[in-house]
Ligand binder design. Structure first.
Ligand code: DGI
Ligand code: FE
Ligand code: FE
Length: 394
């Protein structure tokens, strides 16, 4: 006979508190298996179009709990609509005949438990495990509640747990504010939230949808990875994470225009470019992309300029320009030889990372016999002269 725990909730999103509780339950109840059951949530109920879909919440739970003993079930989400716990418990009881089932409720839920649909039948299938805050002075009203409901008490046990002080509401607000959420959610969840653009304000959600419609799946994925990398670099180097993220989302928006379309864009919108820039197709998307961002979203000169120079670089780059330039080299989707070295370098210094990236680009271009834009050369020379030791002979 196995002992199986059920842990339901909306997990919008799953956070560090949930993860700690899940691990605690496995140990404290000596579970063979813990099944996390995200509830179906009506998109109308949560309101915000930026909210996470059922599939998003499910995937975030899976990313948060890569644990042999913990599994995430899509039973309620597959069913859709309002779920009643009795249906879920009944389904698991028939899936695991002869095994021992228990399910977890928090303090607030316990005090309402006698109002749950068919709660007696629920208790015929599974033991109720009520988790109360270890920090509470009293017992969270548990004793009084159990005294008033002996038929519930007979099938329940109480567990004290020091909760990690975070709520999903708080996480959503912190994500939307581009605060550092690394302590609030597991690293894989943080990455997935920003790669998917969850819990962000409408304007950014619109940008993401627009970029998605303009690019292939692969290029869109790259853009979102760059957005997340830029956001992280901004947190690390005291830049503005929101601007960095927006610059990342938009930086390659016009990348898939053909040479003809790129030139037509420049001519149609009166965008200035030198003869060399018009001939080098690889540079078109930085020039048209900056104009596109300004025209459609007007996100501010700094972001527009970061997009404009993300391919070549230039002298006297602002922190945001450097951040986007580096993010494009180190985003998670990059797997060229040396990518990991670049990521490590970016942890230490944006300039050292730029120097290496520019050297790499220039070497590559020279080997292939392609022209090197003067901005690329000027940028390389400037970071090189800044990063090498002054007394070093050149
Ligand atoms: O748009 P991405 O592929 O994400 O990255 P990017 O905008 O940095 O573009 C990289 C490409 O641009 C790469 O193939 C090298 C090319 N490139 C960068 N600087 C120069 C350049 N090509 C020429 N001809 N001259 C440059 O100075
Ligand atoms: Fe680019
Ligand atoms: Fe890019």
């Amino acid at each position: 006979m196995k002992r199986i725990g059920l842990f339901g909730g909306s997990f919008d999103p799953i956070h560090t508190g949930h993860v700690r509780l899940a691990r605690f339950l496995v140990d404290a109840l000596a579970l063979d298996r813990l099944i996390v059951v995200p509830a179906a949530v009506s998109p109308f109920k949560t309101g915000a179009p930026a909210g996470a879909s059922d599939a998003d919440r499910l995937e975030l739970c899976r990313l948060a709990l890569p644990d042999e003993k913990i599994e995430v079930s899509d039973i309620e989400i597959e069913k859709g609509g309002v779920s009643y716990w009795i249906d879920t418990v009944r389904a698991f009881a028939s899936q695991y005949p002869g095994d021992e089932l228990c399910f977890v409720v928090g303090e607030d839920q316990l005090l309402q438990f006698h109002k749950w649909r068919d709660y007696r039948e629920i208790l015929s299938f599974a033991t109720l495990v009520a988790v109360r805050r270890e920090t509470d002075e009293g017992d969270g009203g548990f004793a009084a509640y159990f005294a008033a409901h002996p038929e519930i008490a007979a099938r329940s046990k109480a567990l004290a747990f020091e909760p990690f002080p975070v709520s999903s509401t708080e996480v959503r607000a912190a994500v939307g504010a581009f605060a550092d959420v690394s302590a609030l959610v597991p690293p894989a969840v943080e990455t997935a939230i920003y790669r998917r653009g969850l819990y962000l304000d409408d304007e950014i959600v619109r940008m993401i949808a627009d970029v998605k419609s303009r690019l292939s799946e692969f290029r869109f994925f790259h853009s979102m990875c760059v957005a997340d990398a830029a956001r992280r670099l901004a947190l690390r180097y005291c830049g503005d994470p929101k601007s960095a993220y927006i610059a990342g989302v938009l930086h390659d928006a016009t990348k898939e225009l053909s040479r003809k379309e790129g030139l037509a864009y420049m001519d149609g919108h009166g965008v200035c470019a030198t003869d060399m820039e018009r001939r080098l197709k690889k540079l078109h998307h930085a020039i048209t992309g900056a104009d596109y961002a300004k025209r459609v979203y007007d996100p501010g000169d700094e972001i527009v300029s970061a997009i404009r120079y993300h391919t070549t670089g230039k002298t006297d780059m602002t922190p945001l320009e450097k951040i986007l330039f580096v993010a494009d080299f180190i985003s998670d989707d990059r797997d060229y030889p040396g990518a990991d070295g670049m990521r490590r370098r970016a942890e230490g210094s944006l300039e050292l990372c730029m120097e290496e990236g520019l050297r790499f680009t220039i070497e590559d271009l020279a080997k292939e016999g392609r022209p090197i834009h003067p901005d690329t050369v000027a940028c390389y020379n400037q970071v090189l002269l800044q990063t090498i030791r002054k007394e070093q002979e050149l």
